[in-house]
Ligand binder design. Structure first.
Ligand SMILES: Nc1ncnc2c1ncn2[C@@H]1O[C@H](COP(=O)(O)OP(=O)(O)OP(=O)(O)O)[C@@H](O)[C@H]1O
Ligand SMILES: [Mg+2]
Length: 144
């Protein structure tokens, strides 16, 4: 595809995928993999971030009542990275420290998803409040 000036059009820097079903999680995993391959991440990094993305997407479905995943290429000048954002308008998380504690679950899970995702990513942030939904953001940086 060519842009107005005749150069190859840049890839879109952000993609938004719906998260309402298990099939959406499968599509997300594929998109995250494709983005990471395109950015030159290796297999171990791909596997870590796909695993983290799956856990966060499943939380969006199970606890958030569904939502969206935002996939973005980001740069801070020195580094290029992949940022993944999981957004829902569910009940929110009352106690983030408790939710991040390995083994804590309110839904009969293993209670390892959030803490696992935090350990697998280079950056991790939760923005949530009771009744105001939850956004979890992770990033993986690539050194050039
Ligand atoms: N998007 C969300 N909205 C509301 N609560 C959430 C959300 N994500 C996580 N939580 C809360 O944090 C807890 C811990 O999440 P975590 O993913 O670590 O474990 P889990 O989903 O219960 O089990 P699993 O190990 O199967 O992922 C959940 O049980 C839930 O109470
Ligand atoms: Mg979970």
């Amino acid at each position: 595809m060519l842009g107005a000036q005749g150069q190859a059009a840049a890839q879109p820097t952000q993609q938004i995928l719906p998260l309402h079903s298990d099939e959406d999680v499968v599509r997300l995993r594929k998109q995250v993999r494709d983005s990471m391959v395109a950015m030159g991440f290796g297999l171990i990094e791909q596997t870590k971030i796909i695993t983290a993305a799956s856990e966060l997407a499943r939380n969006t479905l199970r606890y958030g009542g569904g939502g969206e995943a935002h996939i973005a290429r980001v740069s801070d000048g020195a580094r290029l990275g992949l940022e993944l954002r999981f957004v829902d308008a569910g009940p929110g998380i009352e106690d983030i420290t408790l939710a991040l504690t390995d083994g804590y679950t309110s839904g009969g899970g293993l209670g390892l998803g959030l803490g696992g995702a935090k350990r697998l990513a280079d950056a991790f942030h939760i923005d949530t409040a009771p009744g105001a939904g939850t956004t979890v953001t992770i990033a993986k940086w690539k050194l050039f």
